[in-house]
Ligand binder design. Structure first.
Ligand SMILES: Cc1cc2nc3c(=O)[nH]c(=O)nc-3n(C[C@H](O)[C@H](O)[C@H](O)COP(=O)(O)O)c2cc1C
Length: 322
């Protein structure tokens, strides 16, 4: 089964991907967090650097583009092709208000005719294979059949389905019944995404969809970086391994030139997922979140690793949180 690491803006940047790959090489591919090209298709320098071959050596990576302008998409895809990429992904799922109000991300799903015209132009001129990461609809999964009818007209490299509508953000229960529609007579590989946090979650999905060959994991993998290994039948994460992974990631983030306070903020974002591995650590986690500089942060991390119980079978709870 093909296992992909989902794009997570603010979490799975170049440093994270490199260190993750070094410690946990079991994911088949990584999708980079979205880049938004400007109207001319220019990509920000920081994004180009994060996608450069030197920053991603030996890493199977698919860049992702967020735009509703086909010329802008094509120009960005051309730049990415020149960097050596053979495939790019269209973001048709970002639920953020500012993105959706511009009819980008999940906002593209509200107008199937415009989406059709966009894909028609993209597939007439793309220099690389194009996959789409979609939600089920803008307001409801009832929109999904019409969206699928549009997607079916094009030779997608893959259709990744985050099985929620935009309104569900990251909370609503994934709609597997609607997802089943994508699997029926799919002319391209279909990848399931949404709330896979454990081997049991994956096993239950596979029982429901025995022919499914691709899944993508986001928050579950951020919460347990060894999850891909576990899904392949390997050992659970150990406390020592997590400590080494954390320290290497902090070092790599600082070496990348991020000012220490920004590096600490980025690590804290990751801790919002990792902390589920330390049940009953509220006090130590509070101290970690309160740390104001690098030295205090390092102390708080050491206190957590030394003082809190570690349970690798504790899972990110996602939408099942009350
Ligand atoms: C912090 C955060 C950042 C994300 N950034 C992106 C992104 O850049 N592009 C994208 O397509 N999806 C993005 N997503 C959505 C995830 O890729 C994924 O579709 C979603 O989290 C559901 O999968 P999961 O239940 O395995 O986490 C993001 C999600 C989170 C929580």
């Amino acid at each position: 089964m093909q296992l992909s690491f989902a794009p997570m803006e603010g979490v799975t940047g170049a440093e994270y991907r490199r260190v993750h790959r070094r410690f946990f090489p079991e994911a088949d591919r990584y999708y980079a967090p979205f880049l938004s090209p400007d109207a001319a298709g220019q990509i920000k320098r920081s994004h180009l650097r994060a996608l450069s071959p030197e920053e991603n050596k030996g890493l199977p990576l698919v860049p992702q583009i967020l735009t509703n302008s086909a010329p802008s998409f094509l120009a960005a895809a051309k730049t990415l092709a020149e960097l050596g990429y053979a495939e790019v992904d269209l973001n048709a799922g970002c639920p953020s208000g500012t993105v959706v109000s511009k009819h980008k991300g999940a906002g593209m799903l509200g107008d199937p005719a415009a989406l059709d015209a966009f894909l028609d132009e993209v597939f007439s001129g793309t220099p690389v294979a194009v996959s789409v990461k979609t939600r089920l609809g803008l307001s409801s999964a009832a929109e999904f059949p019409a969206l699928l009818a549009v997607y079916r007209r094009y030779p997608l490299a893959e259709l990744i389905v985050h099985a929620r509508d935009r309104k569900g953000m990251y909370q609503s229960a994934p709609d597997r019944e609607a997802f089943a529609l994508a699997m029926e007579n799919a002319p391209w590989p279909v990848c399931y995404n949404g709330d896979l946090f454990s081997a049991e979650d994956l096993a239950s999905l596979r029982r429901e969809f025995p022919t499914l060959e691709r899944v993508m994991l986001g928050r579950g993998a951020a919460a347990d970086p060894a999850l891909f290994r576990v899904l392949r039948g390997g050992d659970p994460l150990s406390r020592e391994e997590l400590r080494a992974f954390h320290d290497a990631l902090l070092d790599e983030t600082l070496a990348g030139g991020l000012p220490p306070l920004f590096a600490v903020a980025r690590m804290k974002e990751l801790w919002s997922y990792l902390i589920c591995l330390f049940p009953d650590s509220a006090r130590l986690y509070k101290a970690l979140n309160r740390s104001r500089d690098l030295a205090a942060y390092r102390d708080a991390v050491s206190a957590l690793f030394q003082g809190a119980a570690f349970d690798p079978s504790a899972r990110f709870q996602g939408s099942r949180l009350p």
